[in-house]
Design a protein around this ligand. Structure first.
Ligand SMILES: [Zn+2]
Ligand SMILES: [Zn+2]
Length: 553
């Protein structure tokens, strides 16, 4: 009998973000990506959402290392937190490691890991793991699919991928190698990207964006052109730069991550912009705007980003007006639509012309659509299948697609965050659960928890009413108050009378005789809270947060 191989899903199955899984062979753990998620609108004040790392902390001595499939933050951004608790080496392409390094460096945790570059097609032993790194195309260069050659057969993880047949850098998804593995060994289990599992057809090639960008430039001669995109989308940056250079323009980058990534990608030979065509943003002002191009961050409407500041008229370097064309070469991530809309509105109000993906094909997705997902299923012909990287509905559609493509229904598992799946000699099945809830990060404080979020929502939607009473410590007699202070509850003109009545309601409740002798501070607190809560609910039909403060003297 061969030892079972386990896959533990810590994040990314049920949401787009915080991708993290563990592959377990011979009792050892290899982490597969370690990403973060950006908060929804219903998570007020939350900066980031992380996977729950309880399982990894409890088994820290079994962690062999982490594989990073590519450099996006939903796959690497949580390392800066996990490495504080668990120390292990990282494996990925040079660009992936370079991108991941930023946050780890900022957190001062570089000493807790090592950065091990792997190359296209390389097969490497990491402890008991035998791992093969296969090139895939995606919206950041040098992404990998990963083949784990295990005692229970090959587990193939697609990574974030699309099948771009004409990639900007000529590095296509290596379907031939994937097919060879399927022929030689068979693929026991396929884990595949479900982001676009609802979209029929094929994603357009990244190259198609280049043609549209070139048209934007030629149709707006004389105007300054500002293009915003993800700072990690080196191929997009290449195409913006190519279009700008072809139109005889000089380029400057705007936004810290854009400047950093452009410099890194040029140093690695992944981005080619002639030296004499790239200047610092402070040197761009002296030039004729019609001969310049700004490549900026902020395509997701992030409040303090370069583009948002331009829209607000607050950018130090670029003041946007009627002589500007702004191109958002991006698509709003779910949750960011409102912020992006606001930025577009601000830019338009300043007189700029704005082109976004709703108006012209200035963006293509980096994720495979159904046609490409079918192709991967037909090339791999997996024995078992688990859809990954998606919200529940994406996973469901992808699971159905796999069944249509001939994978046995009983071996298509709809796994979610926290599920443990085991491959054994006899089959594949769920084998327990581990903690996998959302960990909310606010500033430098760790997990803020569900309770804090609930409080913030009440405060935001209903406001707060504070009642302050001073009582005699011995007798419980009210000495001063009750005083009532509110924020965000009622509008001032109506407040005076309402507050007076509220004071009376609380005072009446506090003056009720105690049932068993002296009244203690806790009873006063309870009575103040319940009487005020009742009054507020009856009179205003609202449920603000009620905070009783009892001072004993
Ligand atoms: Zn990605
Ligand atoms: Zn992703």
């Amino acid at each position: 009998m061969t030892d079972p191989v386990r896959v533990v899903f810590l994040g990314g199955l049920g949401e787009i973000g915080r991708n993290c899984a563990c592959i377990e062979v011979a009792g050892r753990i290899l982490i597969l990506d370690c990403g973060l998620m950006f908060p929804d609108l219903d998570m007020p004040g939350v900066d980031l959402v992380l996977p729950d790392f309880t399982y990894l902390r409890e088994h820290a001595d079994r962690v062999e290392g982490a594989i990073l499939t590519h450099g996006h933050e939903d796959h690497t951004g949580a390392l800066a937190y996990l490495l504080g608790d668990v120390s292990f080496p990282l494996f990925g392409s040079a660009l992936t490691l370079g991108l991941a390094r930023n946050r780890i460096e900022e957190a001062g945790l570089v000493g807790r890991t090592s950065f091990n570059t792997v190359h296209d097609g390389e097969r490497r032993r990491i402890g008991p793991f035998d791992v093969e790194f296969i090139p895939v195309t995606h919206s950041v260069p040098h992404g990998f699919a990963t083949a784990f050659h295990t005692p229970q057969g090959v587990i193939l993880h697609s990574g974030d991928f699309k099948l771009d047949l004409t990639p900007v850098d000529g590095r296509a998804t290596d379907l031939a190698r994937i097919g060879a593995i399927a022929n030689d060994h068979g693929i026991r289990l396929l884990l595949s990207d479900s982001t676009n599992a609802e979209e029929e057809g094929h994603t357009d090639s990244e190259r198609s964006v280049g043609r549209v960008l070139a048209e934007c430039f030629s149709e707006h001669k004389g105007k300054r052109v500002i293009v915003a995109c993800f700072a990690s989308h080196i191929h997009r940056i290449q195409q913006i730069a190519d279009a700008a250079v072809a139109a005889g323009r000089t380029i400057a980058t705007l936004g810290r991550s854009m400047g950093k990534n452009v410099a890194m990608a040029r140093a690695m030979g992944l981005l080619s912009i002639p030296d004499d065509r790239l200047v610092d943003i402070e040197h761009l002002a002296a030039r004729d705007p019609g001969s310049t191009c700004v490549i900026s961050t902020g395509s997701q409407g992030e409040p303090m980003s370069a583009l948002a500041l331009m829209a607000a008229g607050d950018n130090k370097w670029v003041s946007v007006g009627a002589d500007d064309l702004v191109v958002l070469s991006s698509h709003a991530i779910p949750g960011n639509e409102a912020s992006v809309g606001k930025v577009i509105d601000g830019l338009t109000r300043r007189g700029a012309e704005v082109i976004h993906s709703g108006l012209a094909p200035v963006h293509v997705s980096g994720h495979a659509q159904r046609g490409e997902l079918r192709t991967l299923l037909s090339v791999t012909r997996p024995w078992a299948f688990i859809p990954v990287h998606g919200e529940f509905r994406h996973l469901t559609h992808h699971a159905r697609l796999a069944v249509e493509m001939g994978v046995a229904q009983s071996r298509v598992l709809l796994a979610e965050d926290g599920d443990v799946v085991e491959l054994t000699d006899t089959g594949i099945d769920f084998a327990g659960e581990v903690p996998a809830g959302y960990m909310f990060v606010d500033g430098i404080v760790g997990d803020v928890g569900r309770g804090v979020l609930r409080d913030r929502k009440v405060l935001a939607e209903e406001g707060v009413v504070v009642v302050v009473v001073t009582v005699d410590a011995k007798s419980g007699e009210v000495l001063t108050g009750p005083e009532i202070i509110t924020r965000g509850w009622v509008y001032a003109p109506e407040a005076e009378q309402l507050l007076g009545e509220a004071r009376q309601a609380v005072r009446a409740a506090l003056e009720e005789p105690a049932e068993e002798g002296a009244v203690d501070a806790e009873t006063v607190r309870r009575r103040a809270r319940s009487s005020l809560g009742r009054f507020v609910a009856e009179r205003t039909r609202r449920r603000p947060m009620i905070l009783p403060v009892v001072i004993e003297v």
